[in-house]
Write a new protein. Structure first.
Length: 272
């Protein structure tokens, strides 16, 4: 809000900063929004100006066996990887937050290293590890690798939530005779649920959008939606890709709105 006591220079800087921020945001988001009208183009090429309005590419998306199989694979791999990363990441966060032991920083670094290491290195290393055992081209291997990529997000969000956790509640439950398992499910988990769900959403988005590791580990039958889009761009550029990208944009917006709602809920719970 503009302060009436601001000097003319401060007012100019106030408006200039907001204009610059708006232009930067427009520069970042405009290339993403450009693809949406192309998904409704009647023509067969990704060009402007549009030749007409049509839903033919969405029809092609939902009637193509390849695209539907890739969607099905994404909806198999991403939820399974999300559940696995949510469980492992939450347990790791609780252990790292409550425990004090030598090498704790090293363990934390190793757990979040998939966020730091370039994903192409992860893909090559995963292939070299699983291929000799005959575990490439399988759903289980793909789920394990996607879960490993999602665990760091869960650890970071849950650890941040646990920083404001009141451990006196856990002690009170123990004094009243509750077992550690009961205390976790009845007290700890409901209070840290916003952090757990936020981390799970990040893990889901990471798995659903992952293409590099999938290129190394997945066969034709395990091709996910991002891999199908990558193959379509490389082999046969079609506006069907624009339709798939538009659906992913809408899905990403839904995830961001959910995360914002969870952030607000977490703030209200912390204030209360």
């Amino acid at each position: 809000m503009l302060n009436p006591t601001m000097s003319p220079i401060e007012k100019v800087w106030y408006f200039a900063l907001r204009i610059l921020s708006g232009l930067t945001l427009l520069f970042l988001i405009l290339p993403v929004l450009v693809i949406i009208p192309l998904s409704f183009n009647e023509g067969s090429f990704l060009v402007y100006p549009l030749t007409g309005f049509s839903l033919r590419w969405y029809q092609d998306l939902f009637t193509s066996p390849e695209w539907m199989r890739s969607m099905q694979n994404s909806m198999i791999v991403a939820p399974a990887a999300t559940v696995l990363s949510m469980v492992l990441g939450t347990l790791a966060s609780i252990g790292l937050t409550r425990g004090e032991f030598r090498g704790k920083s090293l363990v934390m670094f190793l757990l979040i290293s998939p966020m730091v290491v370039p994903v192409v290195i992860v893909g090559v290393a995963s292939y070299l590890f699983f291929a000799p055992m005959g575990m490439d081209n399988s759903y289980s291997t793909l789920i394990l690798e996607h879960a490993a990529l999602g665990v760091p997000f869960v650890i970071i969000t849950v650890t941040a939530t646990l920083q404001g956790y009141n451990h006196n509640l856990t002690r009170a439950a123990a004094n009243l005779g509750a077992s550690p398992l009961t205390t976790f499910f009845r007290i700890t988990l409901p209070l840290i649920a916003p952090g757990v769900i936020s981390g799970a959403l990040f893990a889901f988005a990471t798995s659903f959008d992952e293409v590099v590791v999938t290129l190394f580990l997945a066969g034709p039958e395990q091709a996910t939606l991002p891999r199908q889009m990558f193959s379509g761009i490389r082999e046969n550029l079609s506006p069907t890709i624009a339709a798939a990208a538009t659906l992913l944009i809408g899905f990403s917006i839904l995830l961001l709105l959910t995360l914002e709602w969870l952030r607000g809920r977490s703030e209200r719970m912390r204030t209360a």
